[in-house]
Design a protein around this ligand. Structure first.
Ligand code: GDP
Ligand code: MN
Length: 396
């Protein structure tokens, strides 16, 4: 589950990580009030207005702007709220902005130049350890840095049983070229950052940029936080931060029905029981010259109600030109599933795309008979290859 920048920053702050302070606003008027309050609390005269959407690269798309007075705060917030923000990480339609973060300007002039770093914490699945990836090249696309100057990206492996050790925090601060107050600030910053990552069961913290201010404070200017959805039951407060508006609407609906559904770009809808079979089915569709429109695992209990719910979910995707149902009847008997498909089909009435049903396993022969004699526009198959051939025929 992804958090908004403002939510991520609040989480960081609660663990003692210094952040660029800000207040979230839903309208231009609220933005002005927020700016006034920030000026009172921090003394800042300038504010940055930042679109809150689940996508990076907002700066490049015009979703992060500096306001030098309250009138500019109002104007810029008015422009950004309601816009469809297109960034290198969104689709061409962009993402609708519902709220902005009004933040204090932290790039103020002073005794030294502000400097931007990159720091992320994530799980290294190969070693079973966490790692802190960091670079002096902050504020830019880390993928570009990795491609062009990989030597400038460092990596500190953290053993989850000990957590980050003081010498590791010092090594990071050293490799980032810091000294004096900034060095000390950085050791505190990464230690608190790692603790926040660990204690919130996150799978990714990406802070880009981490800023050294002109007076040598180290703070998070941006925050991309991904929490491990499987651990959310331990964090009721964090689970509440989920913003359904940011997620794929069909996936949200499927999730509410208990279906494992992932939306994809292709034209063949799939309804399968079991994740392994679902993946094999997607390969089969590709082999037949189609592209899967989704991954959908209906689970072990494919009764009529579930099959109907799954049909409805698949058909919400206008790109679907055919549906392949591929069910292995182990615990659930094939004739039950076949009856479920027939009932769902009759119930829904107006399914206009061809459906290929492959049922294999217990009572597969009875199931095939049921489908063939149902009088519905449903093609049956018992073999994998047969199903593939039928998909190919209907797509031709
Ligand atoms: P992203 O583009 O989605 O990654 O959003 P960021 O939060 O990283 O902001 C984009 C850029 O805005 C940063 O890299 C900074 O250069 C700039 N920025 C952020 N906060 C401030 C600020 O307080 N003052 C100024 N002048 N620039 C800022
Ligand atoms: Mn950023």
């Amino acid at each position: 589950m992804n958090l908004h920048e403002y939510q991520g920053k609040e989480l960081l702050s609660s663990f003692g990580v210094r952040i660029q302070r800000g207040i979230v606003a839903q309208s231009a008027k609220e933005a002005v009030d927020a700016a006034k309050q920030l000026t009172e609390e921090t003394g800042t005269g300038w504010h940055v207005i930042k679109a809150q959407v689940h996508a990076g690269g907002r700066g490049k798309g015009g979703g992060v702007k500096l306001a030098k007075n309250l009138q500019e705060v109002e104007e810029i917030a008015g422009q950004i709220i309601g816009m469809d923000l297109v960034t290198p990480q969104t689709s061409a339609e962009g993402k609708r902005v519902h709220q902005v973060l009004v933040a204090e300007d932290v790039y103020y002039p002073g005794e030294s130049e502000p400097d931007e770093f990159y720091i992320s914490v994530l799980l290294n699945r190969a070693t079973g350890k966490n790692m802190i990836v960091y670079s002096t090249e902050g504020g830019m696309d880390i993928e570009t840095v990795a491609e062009e100057t990989p030597d400038l990206i460092h990596n500190e492996e953290i053993d989850p049983s000990t957590g980050i050790l003081p010498f590791q925090a010092r090594r990071i601060a050293f490799n980032l070229g810091l000294s004096g107050l900034a060095f000390k600030e950085m050791t505190k910053f990464v230690t608190a950052l790692y603790t926040a990552y660990d204690k919130s069961d996150a799978s990714l913290f990406e802070i880009n940029p981490v800023l050294k201010t002109s007076d040598s404070k180290i703070m998070a200017v941006d925050a991309k936080v991904t929490l491990d959805a499987n651990a959310l039951y331990r964090h009721k407060d964090l689970a509440e931060l989920r913003d359904l508006r940011e997620e794929n609407q069909i996936e949200v609906e499927a999730g509410a029905l208990g279906l494992n559904y992932v939306d994809l770009d292709g034209n063949v809808g799939c309804m399968v029981n079991g994740a392994g079979l679902a993946m094999a089915t997607m390969d089969l569709i590709k082999q037949a010259g189609g592209e899967p429109a989704n991954f959908l695992d209906v689970g072990g209990t494919a009764d009529a109600a579930r099959v109907e719910a799954a049909f409805k979910i698949i058909l919400k995707d206008p790109a679907v030109k055919a549906i392949l149902i591929n069910i292995f009847g182990g615990i659930v008997r094939c004739d039950r599933v076949a009856q479920g498909v027939i009932d769902a089909y009759k119930n829904m009435g107006n399914i206009s795309v061809p459906i290929i049903v492959r049922l294999q396993g217990t009572n597969a022969d009875i199931a095939k008979e049921l489908i063939d004699n149902s009088g519905l526009d449903v093609m049956s198959a018992t073999e994998f290859q047969e199903a593939a051939d039928k998909v190919q025929t209907v797509l031709a």
